[in-house]
Design a protein around this ligand. Structure first.
Ligand SMILES: [Fe+2]
Ligand SMILES: [Zn+2]
Length: 280
């Protein structure tokens, strides 16, 4: 644990230039959270909880490998697997277990390898950690770290959050994950809906959640539930905004681009995010 913790904290520090004197690490906090969820999921899935927790502890260890994001195009899971070798060799884990951990790390975000049971558990735990009440807290922490005010977080990031919540159960690879996904997604959605009505009352920011169904570009038989948070009226002229959607193939994902355009004055804004992945 201690060795993994220093590896995770060290890579975060080199990447973000965090003050070495500052207490705590965002990435380590996230790592522990994912490990706890993975441990519990593994129990329900009749997998080895300790192994699932070890995979979870290492899952983001390659995130900032070498202090550069995606240096030399090495996927971060490959970097995590590479970092894991010397860390695990110094532990008391047997060869077979070390092999299982390495294999799971390699399969984590590779949809074609989604049959690996440990990878499926940690994949689900990683997504689940971003939802529910702790997930909501993380959303605001992340917004603040990126310098966003409450208003900008709502206007720019909340659509993605609500869409991912709506699609969370369909993104799960395990049955136990799906049970938790239903609950956590409902908590997230209920919180943000109540939050939007409160900022309407207290700050006069009037947003509306528009629900649109959109065919997944690579799997058109599946319709994704997209939830767009957009202003109720144009802030320039009070006109009624219209939304139009398009999906664009990016390097890492299929992006959804929502254009919000005022029907009266033509003022425009755009919201864009990666469409959520769906489990096979
Ligand atoms: Fe993660
Ligand atoms: Zn307008």
């Amino acid at each position: 644990m201690a060795r993994i913790q220093s590896a995770v904290e060290e890579s975060e520090r080199r990447f973000a230039g965090n003050d070495p004197e500052s207490d705590g690490s965002f990435l380590w906090e996230h790592t522990l959270h994912v490990a706890a969820i993975a441990f519990a999921l593994a129990r329900s899935e009749k997998a080895d909880p300790a192994l699932a927790a070890v995979v979870a502890l290492l899952h983001d260890a390659g995130k900032f490998s070498g202090g550069l994001y995606h240096e030399g195009d090495e996927p971060e899971e490959a970097a995590a697997a590479r970092l894991a070798v010397p860390l695990l060799r110094r532990s008391k884990m047997g060869l077979a277990e070390r092999g299982a951990v390495g294999k799971a790390l390699g399969a984590l975000y590779n949809p074609s390898a989604s049959a690996d049971p440990l990878a499926a558990i940690v994949h689900d735990a990683d997504f689940l950690s971003k939802f529910g009440l702790v997930g909501v807290a993380q959303f605001f922490i992340k917004s603040a770290l990126r310098g966003k005010t409450l208003g900008r977080a709502v206007a720019e990031s909340l659509s993605k959050e609500l869409t991912y919540a709506a699609c969370l159960p369909a993104n799960m690879r395990t049955a136990a994950g799906r049970v938790q996904a239903e609950r956590k997604a409902a908590e997230t959605t209920a919180f943000f809906e109540a939050f939007l009505s409160e900022i309407r009352e207290t700050r006069g920011l009037k947003y509306r959640i528009e629900t649109v169904f959109w065919a997944h570009p690579r799997r058109p038989e599946l319709r994704l539930r997209i939830r767009l948070v957009r202003p109720e009226a144009c802030d320039r002229c009070g006109g009624r905004p219209r939304t139009s959607l398009a999906s664009v193939s990016g390097t890492k994902c299929e992006r959804l681009e929502a254009r919000i355009e005022c029907g009266r004055c033509g003022a425009r804004s755009e919201i864009s995010f990666c469409l959520p992945e769906l489990a096979a």
